[in-house]
Design a protein around this ligand. Structure first.
Ligand code: ZN
Length: 172
Protein backbone atom coordinates (compact mmCIF):
# COMPACT_ATOMS: atom_id res chain seq x y z
CA UNK A 1 0.00 0.00 0.00
CA UNK A 2 1.40 3.38 -1.00
CA UNK A 3 0.69 5.70 1.90
CA UNK A 4 1.41 9.01 0.17
CA UNK A 5 -1.64 11.30 0.05
CA UNK A 6 -1.43 11.82 -3.74
CA UNK A 7 -2.39 8.16 -4.16
CA UNK A 8 -5.59 8.65 -2.21
CA UNK A 9 -6.99 11.85 -3.70
CA UNK A 10 -8.04 11.17 -7.28
CA UNK A 11 -11.71 12.11 -7.61
CA UNK A 12 -13.53 15.27 -6.62
CA UNK A 13 -15.69 14.77 -3.50
CA UNK A 14 -18.14 17.41 -4.86
CA UNK A 15 -18.68 16.42 -8.52
CA UNK A 16 -16.83 13.05 -8.85
CA UNK A 17 -14.67 14.25 -11.77
CA UNK A 18 -11.02 13.31 -11.90
CA UNK A 19 -8.84 15.92 -10.22
CA UNK A 20 -5.15 16.58 -9.70
CA UNK A 21 -3.07 16.45 -6.56
CA UNK A 22 -0.33 19.03 -6.05
CA UNK A 23 2.39 17.39 -4.01
CA UNK A 24 4.15 20.69 -3.29
CA UNK A 25 1.37 22.38 -1.34
CA UNK A 26 -0.55 19.15 -0.56
CA UNK A 27 -3.74 20.28 -2.22
CA UNK A 28 -6.33 18.62 -4.46
CA UNK A 29 -7.95 20.59 -7.24
CA UNK A 30 -10.88 19.71 -9.49
CA UNK A 31 -10.62 21.21 -12.98
CA UNK A 32 -14.31 20.56 -13.59
CA UNK A 33 -16.05 22.37 -10.71
CA UNK A 34 -13.12 24.27 -9.15
CA UNK A 35 -13.24 22.48 -5.77
CA UNK A 36 -9.87 23.09 -4.07
CA UNK A 37 -8.95 21.22 -0.89
CA UNK A 38 -5.76 21.62 1.19
CA UNK A 39 -4.47 18.86 3.45
CA UNK A 40 -3.65 21.20 6.33
CA UNK A 41 -2.05 19.77 9.47
CA UNK A 42 -4.64 18.41 11.88
CA UNK A 43 -4.37 19.98 15.34
CA UNK A 44 -3.75 17.63 18.27
CA UNK A 45 -3.00 18.05 21.97
CA UNK A 46 -0.62 16.16 24.26
CA UNK A 47 -0.32 16.21 28.07
CA UNK A 48 2.81 16.03 30.24
CA UNK A 49 1.83 14.86 33.73
CA UNK A 50 4.50 14.30 36.38
CA UNK A 51 4.17 12.67 39.78
CA UNK A 52 6.01 13.98 42.87
CA UNK A 53 9.10 11.90 41.96
CA UNK A 54 9.41 13.70 38.61
CA UNK A 55 8.25 10.64 36.69
CA UNK A 56 6.22 11.13 33.52
CA UNK A 57 2.83 9.54 32.88
CA UNK A 58 2.87 7.32 29.77
CA UNK A 59 -0.30 5.69 28.49
CA UNK A 60 -0.61 2.33 26.76
CA UNK A 61 -2.57 2.60 23.52
CA UNK A 62 -5.76 0.55 23.39
CA UNK A 63 -6.41 1.22 19.70
CA UNK A 64 -4.65 0.98 16.36
CA UNK A 65 -2.35 2.27 15.11
CA UNK A 66 0.31 0.96 17.51
CA UNK A 67 -2.04 -0.93 19.83
CA UNK A 68 -0.22 -1.75 23.11
CA UNK A 69 2.59 0.77 22.53
CA UNK A 70 3.55 3.61 24.86
CA UNK A 71 2.24 7.10 24.17
CA UNK A 72 1.47 10.38 25.88
CA UNK A 73 -2.18 11.16 26.69
CA UNK A 74 -4.03 13.40 24.26
CA UNK A 75 -5.86 13.39 20.97
CA UNK A 76 -7.21 15.43 18.10
CA UNK A 77 -8.80 18.85 18.49
CA UNK A 78 -12.45 18.67 17.39
CA UNK A 79 -13.78 21.30 14.96
CA UNK A 80 -14.83 24.38 16.96
CA UNK A 81 -12.66 23.51 19.99
CA UNK A 82 -9.58 25.37 21.16
CA UNK A 83 -6.50 23.42 22.22
CA UNK A 84 -7.07 23.89 25.96
CA UNK A 85 -10.67 22.62 25.78
CA UNK A 86 -9.56 19.61 23.73
CA UNK A 87 -6.81 18.82 26.25
CA UNK A 88 -9.22 18.92 29.21
CA UNK A 89 -11.78 16.81 27.33
CA UNK A 90 -9.21 14.17 26.33
CA UNK A 91 -7.75 13.93 29.85
CA UNK A 92 -11.23 13.48 31.36
CA UNK A 93 -12.21 10.89 28.70
CA UNK A 94 -8.96 8.90 28.71
CA UNK A 95 -7.81 9.04 32.33
CA UNK A 96 -10.52 10.70 34.44
CA UNK A 97 -8.05 13.53 35.15
CA UNK A 98 -9.09 17.15 35.77
CA UNK A 99 -5.88 19.19 36.01
CA UNK A 100 -5.81 22.13 38.41
CA UNK A 101 -3.40 24.05 36.19
CA UNK A 102 -2.07 23.71 32.62
CA UNK A 103 0.80 25.57 30.96
CA UNK A 104 1.97 25.58 27.34
CA UNK A 105 5.17 23.59 26.68
CA UNK A 106 5.57 23.82 22.89
CA UNK A 107 4.39 22.34 19.59
CA UNK A 108 5.73 19.45 17.52
CA UNK A 109 5.01 18.36 13.93
CA UNK A 110 4.06 14.75 13.39
CA UNK A 111 2.99 12.29 10.71
CA UNK A 112 0.29 9.81 11.60
CA UNK A 113 -0.60 6.77 9.52
CA UNK A 114 -4.37 6.43 9.44
CA UNK A 115 -6.41 4.39 6.93
CA UNK A 116 -3.12 3.68 5.14
CA UNK A 117 -2.69 7.39 4.42
CA UNK A 118 -0.17 9.79 5.93
CA UNK A 119 -1.96 12.47 7.97
CA UNK A 120 0.09 15.51 8.98
CA UNK A 121 -0.56 16.80 12.48
CA UNK A 122 0.78 19.50 14.77
CA UNK A 123 0.75 18.49 18.44
CA UNK A 124 0.34 21.22 21.05
CA UNK A 125 1.96 20.03 24.28
CA UNK A 126 0.89 21.23 27.74
CA UNK A 127 2.31 20.52 31.19
CA UNK A 128 -0.58 19.58 33.48
CA UNK A 129 -0.54 19.82 37.27
CA UNK A 130 -2.84 17.46 39.10
CA UNK A 131 -3.44 17.08 42.82
CA UNK A 132 -5.27 13.76 42.85
CA UNK A 133 -3.42 10.70 41.57
CA UNK A 134 -5.84 8.24 43.22
CA UNK A 135 -8.69 8.73 40.74
CA UNK A 136 -6.69 8.14 37.55
CA UNK A 137 -8.45 5.45 35.52
CA UNK A 138 -7.70 4.41 31.94
CA UNK A 139 -10.73 4.61 29.64
CA UNK A 140 -11.64 5.08 26.02
CA UNK A 141 -8.73 4.49 23.64
CA UNK A 142 -6.03 3.76 26.22
CA UNK A 143 -5.76 0.53 28.23
CA UNK A 144 -3.27 1.44 30.94
CA UNK A 145 -0.77 3.94 32.24
CA UNK A 146 2.57 4.01 34.02
CA UNK A 147 4.89 6.64 35.53
CA UNK A 148 8.48 6.48 34.25
CA UNK A 149 11.56 8.63 34.81
CA UNK A 150 12.00 10.36 31.42
CA UNK A 151 15.72 9.42 31.43
CA UNK A 152 14.75 5.74 31.62
CA UNK A 153 12.40 5.81 28.62
CA UNK A 154 13.74 3.85 25.64
CA UNK A 155 12.79 5.94 22.62
CA UNK A 156 12.53 2.72 20.56
CA UNK A 157 9.42 1.88 22.59
CA UNK A 158 7.70 5.07 21.43
CA UNK A 159 6.11 4.83 17.97
CA UNK A 160 5.32 8.49 17.29
CA UNK A 161 8.07 10.83 16.13
CA UNK A 162 6.51 13.88 17.85
CA UNK A 163 6.26 12.03 21.19
CA UNK A 164 9.91 10.93 20.86
CA UNK A 165 10.87 14.57 20.27
CA UNK A 166 8.93 15.72 23.34
CA UNK A 167 10.63 13.08 25.51
CA UNK A 168 14.08 13.98 24.09
CA UNK A 169 13.44 17.52 25.37
CA UNK A 170 12.81 16.10 28.85
CA UNK A 171 15.86 13.80 28.93
CA UNK A 172 19.11 15.02 30.46
ZN1 ZN B 1 -15.38 18.83 -8.90
Amino acid sequence: MNTKPENHYKYCPRCSSKGSFNNTDLSFKCENCGFHFFLNSAAAVTALIFNNKGELLLSTRGIEPFLGKLDLPGGFVDPGENAETALLRELKEELNIEPKHISYFGSFANQYLFSDTIVHTVDFVFTCEIDNYENIEPHDDIMGFTFVNPNNIDLNDIPFESVKNVIKHLQK
